[in-house]
Design a protein around this ligand. Structure first.
Ligand code: ADP
Ligand code: GLC
Length: 488
């Protein structure tokens, strides 16, 4: 079975969030199940230099306004990657994959990700050399248009699976770009990808992918409703029987407290006391009072409305009053950045805020904190709570989406039965969040009970094997259906 991943991010080459972690880890996990999964990714600056044996394997004379090529290489982990080397679209100084140095979206993102999708469809139908996929696996709006090119392009085309990592990002652009997309008028009309007077790349994916999934069963249910459906719930309901939820795994070689190269003191479920030295080191590093008895709660997150961190600013006084400390690493919304900087200045030794993106610090926070907080208003899956489980850093999460599916609340019954792995709260508001933080501070001094929850959390299987098997089953089903329909 050969599967082509088309994605805009892939760890360790380029990452802005969880999508990169998934696109980097799932293909490797699939190899254990006999699937040859390869990744197509834009050649952003610096990405080619990270590939081993990088060489150009194909030339594409005209990719949306300029010549391009495919560069093949492998990552340090042996993942096969094709880079879409289109300098006119992706070789840009400063900024990131989606935004320029001024923090605004690149003005031609519709062309950049239409091009990625168009090349995705090209590779899917033509192959590269002798490699041709049985199934194409798309991720979010940035590659969703691949489904349109497969639907309206040369037939037969392989079946596609669209994974929705986040319905809030839909790739919506004005109708005036329609002529640039290299799609027939039927594709952009109102029974096509037209969306409230605009065009939506994600809608194209939802319409024309052979099958859909999202990254947890609860989120798969939530997006069928008006509240979380982000305007696409009506369309999603028409495809509900073709939509499933598969909880992400984590790369447990990158996230393993027993071997993590970013942390000073290695530990495991069998060597739990060694975790404490990481807390001391972290408190030193961040200028927090070095107090083993103060429950240290961390946040590692994009700072956006989705993540609910404005609620934390409101609940912070109650965490501090209960004796807790806060360490935050994040970037995004300017007001939230300023709010947490201000909180750190107002509460020296008890609140630390690092504004920025820092992968090694994310590991030190997971290792050195007692709890990791995710007060998300919605969360398709969430990865930081899974890293928290693995690091014995108890997740404190809003009861939504993948957070609801992956954490067992430390209520009385769960504590008694020894099944608790963290803390959940609902509704997602300041008061319930504050109550959850107070519960953390209440349980923390009971070392026996706390460590029991830690051990249970660390013993949870959060690797990719289970999810990979579910994806393999989907791929086989898709490939089987495609074979049956061509032989009819
Ligand atoms: P999302 O993809 O919605 O941002 P996830 O929980 O799925 O949320 O994944 C977030 C990923 O990004 C995790 O690997 C987390 O460690 C990482 N991350 C988020 N913000 C930062 C940051 N400021 N510095 C380092 N890593 C970060
Ligand atoms: C998105 C979601 C997050 C999920 C990640 C990987 O960024 O916001 O919940 O974990 O994708 O699937």
């Amino acid at each position: 079975m050969r599967v082509l991943f088309v994605t805009s991010e892939c760890y360790p080459l380029v990452k802005t969030g969880g999508l990169a972690d998934v696109a980097g880890a799932l293909p490797l996990a699939l190899a254990d199940d006999g699937v040859d999964a390869r990744v197509l990714l834009p050649a952003y600056p610096g990405v080619r230099d990270q590939l081993q044996g990088a060489r150009r394997v194909a030339t594409l004379p005209d990719v949306f306004g300029g010549p391009a090529g495919l560069v093949h290489g492998t990552t340090v982990d042996g993942l096969h990657v094709w880079l879409l080397d289109a300098p006119h679209l992706f070789a840009r100084k400063g900024g990131g994959p989606y935004t320029g140095p001024d923090g605004r979206d690149w003005p031609d993102n519709h062309v950049r990700f239409a091009a990625l999708s168009w090349v995705g469809a090209h590779v899917a139908t033509q192959g590269v050399g002798r490699w041709k996929p049985h199934v194409v696996h798309l991720h979010d709006w940035q590659s969703a248009l691949t489904a349109a090119y497969l639907r309206f392009g040369p037939q037969p085309a392989p079946p596609s699976l669209l994974t929705i990592h986040n319905l809030a990002f839909q790739g919506v652009f004005g109708l005036d770009i329609a002529a640039q997309l290299r799609l027939p008028p039927a594709a952009t009309h109102d029974d096509g990808m037209e969306y409230w007077g605009n065009l939506s790349f994600l809608k194209a994916g939802v319409l024309w992918s052979t099958r859909l999934n999202t990254v947890s069963p609860t989120y798969a249910r939530e997006i069928l409703g008006n509240e979380q459906g982000m305007g696409l719930d009506g369309l999603l309901r028409t495809r509900a029987h073709e939509l499933s939820g598969i909880v992400n795994g984590i790369d447990d070689t990158v996230w393993d407290p027993a071997t993590d190269p970013h942390i000073a003191h290695h530990y495991s479920v069998h060597k739990l006391p060694a975790k404490a030295a990481n807390k001391t080191a972290l408190q030193h590093e961040l200028g927090l009072h070095v107090r083993p008895d103060a429950p240290l709660v961390c946040v590692i997150s994009r700072l956006s409305w989705q993540k609910g961190l404005d609620l934390l600013l409101g609940a912070l006084p109650r965490l501090l009053a209960a004796g807790g400390q806060l360490a935050l690493l994040g970037s995004g919304d300017r007001d939230l950045e300023a709010g947490f900087r201000h909180a750190a200045v107002s509460h020296p030794g008890r609140v630390a805020a690092v504004v920025g993106y820092d992968e090694p610090l994310a590991h030190r926070l997971q290792a050195g904190s007692d709890a990791v907080l995710m007060p998300s208003r919605f969360e398709p899956c969430g990865l930081s709570q899974l890293y928290g489980l693995r690091y014995g850093t108890l997740p404190v999460v809003a009861r939504v989406g993948g957070l609801a599916d992956t954490v067992i609340d430390a209520n009385e019954a769960a504590l008694r039965d020894g099944v608790a792995t963290g803390f959940q709260f609902s509704p997602v508001d300041t008061d319930s969040l504050a109550v959850a933080l107070e519960r953390v501070c209440d349980l923390y001094p009971d070392r026996t009970a706390w460590q029991r929850v830690q051990r249970r959390a660390m013993s949870r299987d959060v690797g990719w094997a289970t999810a990979a098997r579910s994806y393999v089953a989907l791929y086989h089903r898709l490939a089987g259906e495609a074979a049956a329909s061509t032989s009819r």
